[in-house]
Design a protein around this ligand. Sequence first.
Ligand code: SF4
Length: 332
Amino acid sequence: MFKPKAIYFEKEIENYPLGKELMDKYKDIPKIEIENHNAIEEMRKKENKEFGNMKRNLIIGVRKTHKFVENHKVSDYLVPYTSSGCTASCLYCYLVCNYNKCAYLRLFVNREQMLEKIVKTSLKSEKELTFEIGSNSDLILENTITNNLVWTIENFKNTEKGKLTFPTKFDMVEPILPLEHKGKIIVRMSVNPEEIINRVEFGTSRLQGRIEAINKLKEAGYQIGILIAPVIFVENWKELYLQLIQRLESELSSKVKKDVFFEIIFMTYSYVHIKINEEAFPNAIDLYNKDKMTGRGRGKYWYKNEIRQEGEKFFREKMKQYFPNNEIIYIV
Ligand code: SF4
């Protein structure tokens, strides 16, 4: 269970039930009042090597930006929801591109307002919309602190139209298993070979737990997707990813295998990751590979075309062999 070192909070949170609840839950933890969760001077000034320590704090505020961004993958819109950032430290975390070293967990207590906007948009649309509520954080992890996912499912299930979806790297799914969800929730579990999880995805659930969680969620009636993501082209990647696919084939329940869909995403990296990781995790594996990667502007890197093509060919072939009846929504 995550026990914050300190709570940084906006005064306004005390006007919301969840804000009061969290202040009470953490009454024994040191508190620091802040003006704005987006601009904590003290945090911005910290050195990169403090990255891991900074993630031991909890920032609680009120979300002011509610702009939906169109999306054309599993969901129709990416929605800013109840948290951003995370207490884990995956070396490639995409949030570091947005928040730099301030990718710590921020909770937003105005959940009623955020869910209401989703419901209104959903009801107004002629088409059945799916909303991605986990693009900025990990809601299974966040739920262990706020119970927000349970609250969300319970308050969304009776909406006439629309679905919610989120990805996760965590296995603490027990609280949502008994809920009535009316098929409106798509949970997408992100997996990687065990060796990569152990060496790269610090603070997340291990592969065994994630596979078990998928089976339990399916048994509880949730729609399931699996993200093989991010694919990292380490030296022995073919061997590792083949073992992963074989393990999924042998350990996922037949119910899951009947209709699970896949998303496959190749890793992107950045100059900011390199700088933070070399100072915060000096003994960790270096994910930047100058022979295999190339710049894509604004300090970001991705794998060269030929590597990506080889990767795509590999995954298409192996998935056809082990999951012939399952859709791969995209490989990017
Ligand atoms: S679990 Fe997700 S949000 Fe958290 S550090 Fe890893 S990639 Fe980032």
